[in-house]
Design a protein around this ligand. Structure first.
Ligand code: TRP
Length: 469
């Protein structure tokens, strides 16, 4: 067996795993999803899911990846051929997420330049600029193309050099700018209503839809449920402490999401914007917030979108890496060939996804492809992928084998091992199944139930043909 590429250093792994987790999911998706799902109640459930399900699944992904020393598909397959589909489902999720993620990454990239091209000089038009930009049939495509190309360059250069370096550079900067935005937002008149909206749960808002959204958001934000952290774990040294690594990555990711919420909502309430403003949230609130600060505001806004682009890049390279690792490990391709094949599929999907926002192109069950790719992964594939991983770890792997891996053969103290194991084996699969089933049921009221069932159907078909995959 050829020697597996390894992380250059411990800090390199943390930065790369945190870099994978922290991305558009935290800063673009979390605030508007919280806004659409009633604020505080959603945030509370999200936090509970992150602590109980997210952390545990991440630890399980790290453990499975390092134990098997293989990326997702290989790790499943090496234990039982009938489980191959669980890994392939992850690769499919990676492809689908990369069918819309670079579109939004392209927006972030475009906004670095828009900020310096006079966007901030007419604050009352900032909202219209965004809505006409994303429906434009050509402009966003160019930015998306550049964004995807950056991914290709990073991933073709291999694990330790490419991903690690990208991860180390601008993450701390992003954190600092979010703090500046938060402080600026909190000083505005009427800002406190935003803090209350985010942190004061209104329990009557909790519905099956909110539960599934919170679950999907937890998986998406932590990069779980598609074998990404299995793949990253397989590059991890035997001496590293998996428990503390999983804890640290979970904490950083959740911290950034909450900070992003705190950066957006007070300002939105001060500006009298609707909390459910949707996907344009960051692209409208941040420029508006800095519009009255002159050239200082210009620099802050520019740096924000630069940092957002880099955060998005360190996430999307991890998605691309999962697909690339599949082609390399399972299809015997060279890294360059694997990257070329993956990126070619992605660019077609992204073009269709981007055009769908302007109402152009095919629809599936009434939804444009941007929404289809998002909905299938965020609401179905990731959560079911997490369920499958938990069942796999709990029922197909030996308990002592897992204990050994998680504690590095007894060297690492993990007093909660028994609790974690019970969560993985029984509680998490059961909870995900209930939340997903009731979410799909309620999806029929908002017209997305059919798509969700289609997602379940795809998983079943993959399962049936698993041995052939
Ligand atoms: N977590 C990233 C974000 O928040 C997106 C992402 C990267 C992801 N890798 C993933 C989502 C794997 C699900 C699975 O932007």
């Amino acid at each position: 067996m050829k020697k597996r590429e390894k992380w250059g250093s411990k800090i390199g792994f943390i930065m790369a795993a945190a870099g994978s987790a922290v991305g558009l999911g935290n800063i673009w998706k979390f605030p508007y999803t919280a806004g659409e799902n009633g604020g505080g109640a959603f945030v509370l459930i999200y936090l509970i899911f992150v602590a109980l399900i997210g952390f545990s699944v991440m630890l399980a992904e790290f453990a499975v990846g390092r134990r098997k020393n293989l990326a997702a598909v290989g790790a499943y397959k090496s234990v039982d051929k009938r489980w191959t589909f669980a890994g392939v489902l992850g690769v499919l999720s990676g492809l689908l997420i990369m069918g819309f993620y670079p579109v939004v990454g392209g927006w972030a990239l475009a906004y670095i330049f828009k900020v310096f091209n006079g966007l901030l000089s007419s604050p009352d038009q900032i909202g219209d600029v965004f809505s006409s930009f994303i429906v434009n049939p050509t402009q966003p495509l160019i930015w998306m193309g550049i964004y995807l190309l950056l991914n290709v360059v990073i991933v073709s250069r291999g694990v330790s050099s490419g991903i690690e370096k990208a991860g180390k550079i601008l993450m701390p900067l992003l954190f600092l700018i979010l703090i500046v935005i938060t402080i600026k937002g909190l000083t505005l008149k009427g800002a406190f209503a935003g803090v209350a909206f985010l942190f004061k749960p209104d329990f009557s808002k909790i519905t099956a839809k909110v539960l599934l959204s919170a679950l999907g958001q937890a998986f998406f934000s932590l990069s779980l449920g598609m074998g990404c952290m299995i793949t990253y774990g397989s590059y991890l040294d035997k001496k590293e402490n998996l428990v503390s690594n999983a804890g640290l990555v979970t904490a950083m990711d959740t911290g950034v999401a909450l900070l992003a919420g705190l950066a957006m909502f007070p300002a939105m309430f001060a500006f009298n914007m609707e909390p459910a403003a949707g996907p344009g949230l960051v692209f409208v609130v941040v420029p508006q917030l800095f519009a009255d600060m002159g050239s200082v505001g210009l620099i802050f806004a520019g740096l924000f979108f630069l940092a957002l682009t880099v955060a998005a890049l360190t996430s999307s390279v991890s998605l691309l890496e999962v697909v690339v690792a599949y082609f390399m490990d399972e299809r015997n391709m060279s890294r360059i060939k694997a990257v070329t094949v993956s990126a070619s599929i992605m660019i077609i999907m992204c073009v269709l996804a981007s055009l769908s926002l302007g109402g152009i192109g095919p629809k599936i069950l009434g939804k444009g492809l941007f929404d289809v790719f998002d909905l299938l992964t965020d609401k179905i594939f990731l959560a079911i992928g997490g369920l499958l991983l938990a069942v796999f770890a709990g029922w197909k792997l030996d308990k002592e084998e897992l204990r050994n891996e998680v504690t590095n053969g007894g060297a690492v103290k993990f007093g909660l091992f028994g609790f974690w194991y019970a969560l993985i084996k029984y509680i998490i699969p059961f909870t995900i199944a209930i939340v997903a089933a009731s979410g799909i049921y309620s999806g029929f009221q908002s017209g997305v139930g059919g798509l969700m069932l289609l997602g379940v159907g795809i998983i079943i078909v993959l399962g049936v043909f698993s041995k052939k995959l």
